[in-house]
Design a protein around this ligand. Structure first.
Ligand SMILES: Nc1ncnc2c1ncn2[C@@H]1O[C@H](COP(=O)(O)OP(=O)(O)OP(=O)(O)O)[C@@H](O)[C@H]1O
Ligand SMILES: [Mg+2]
Length: 272
């Protein structure tokens, strides 16, 4: 499903002393089956945009459509909140995962099938379903929360900091799952981890003070970020590659994968 965002503005607490313009005339088009990265500093409006696309709040101005329709949570769009493990409350993981699906009108057999097929897709064993969410480790629980959202089969999936506070192994697994499911689902990937965003996304946008300051492809983003004062939007690997490129090494500064970067540096050294 593709997403059209036009002149989107969102103001919190309108008419009060605390009035805050969180988003200011945002225009974005997100293509079907793309992983679209969304980056920006603290308070730049990422989660506000996420909750508007997820249909959890109505914008104060402008509009969002998903394949021409307004966002409808649980129908055409799903969201994995930051720290989703805080939302588990049932005695078993199965009951937690099943509640949203039963609400959507599926039969018990259909719910079983959905949960099992989604766990298979994510690579989680079915034995965890009988366990208490409070006894599972954070990495497993994060993937289980992801499975709960995926089980609703949304056409658009928003992931708000999906790898935050995960150990390296769980983070790697989460990124593998995202790569695996992308193509079928349109994914919006929000993260402060620039290296992850450029590795996983095809297109991305940068928010600053509620405005879009960059939108485009990953190579376009790296060129843009390299030209910014301080270079704070440039992932560390790119900083190294741009530095080497500037020193005259024959490397592509826009490379985003560590193995490719090492190979390019090796070949460049062989030539000298
Ligand atoms: N529910 C709310 N009520 C009032 N103001 C809010 C609310 N949620 C966010 N804001 C304000 O809107 C602006 C954008 O916040 P938002 O949470 O969207 O930023 P963010 O980019 O997700 O930040 P972070 O990187 O910290 O997650 C901030 O100024 C924030 O204080
Ligand atoms: Mg946020």
């Amino acid at each position: 499903m593709s997403i059209e965002i036009r002149h989107l503005t969102h103001i919190y607490d309108v008419g009060t002393l605390g009035e805050t313009k969180a988003l200011d005339k945002i225009d974005l088009t997100i293509k079907k089956g793309n992983v679209f990265g969304l980056v920006g500093g603290i308070g730049s409006g990422k989660s506000t945009l996420a909750s508007l696309i997820a249909g959890l709040e109505k914008p104060t101005g402008g509009r969002i459509t998903i394949d021409g329709e307004p966002p409808c949570p649980g129908k055409n769009v799903g969201i994995l909140f930051q720290q989703p493990e805080d939302f588990f409350f049932e005695k078993t993981l199965f009951r937690d995962m099943a509640s949203g699906l039963l609400h959507s009108g599926l039969t018990e057999d259909e719910v079983d099938e959905r949960i099992h097929s989604t766990l298979d897709l994510i690579g989680l064993g079915r034995q965890i379903l009988d366990q208490s969410p409070f006894h599972l480790n954070r990495g497993t629980l994060r993937l289980a929360a992801f499975a709960s959202v995926l089980a609703m089969r949304p056409g658009v999936l928003i992931l708000d900091e999906p790898t935050a506070s995960l150990d390296p192994k769980s983070r790697k697994r989460m990124l593998e799952v995202i790569e695996h499911i992308s193509g079928d689902i349109t994914i919006i990937y929000i993260s402060h981890r620039l290296q992850e965003v450029v590795a996983v996304s095809e297109h991305l946008a940068v928010l600053d003070g509620g405005k879009v300051t960059f939108k485009g492809t990953v190579p376009g983003y790296l060129d843009w970020a390299a030209g910014q004062d301080g270079g704070e939007y440039l992932p560390v690997l790119s900083q190294v590659m741009y530095r080497l490129y500037g020193l005259g090494f024959d490397v592509d500064p826009d490379v985003t994968c560590l193995d490719d970067a090492v190979e390019q540096i090796r070949q460049s050294l062989e030539k000298t």
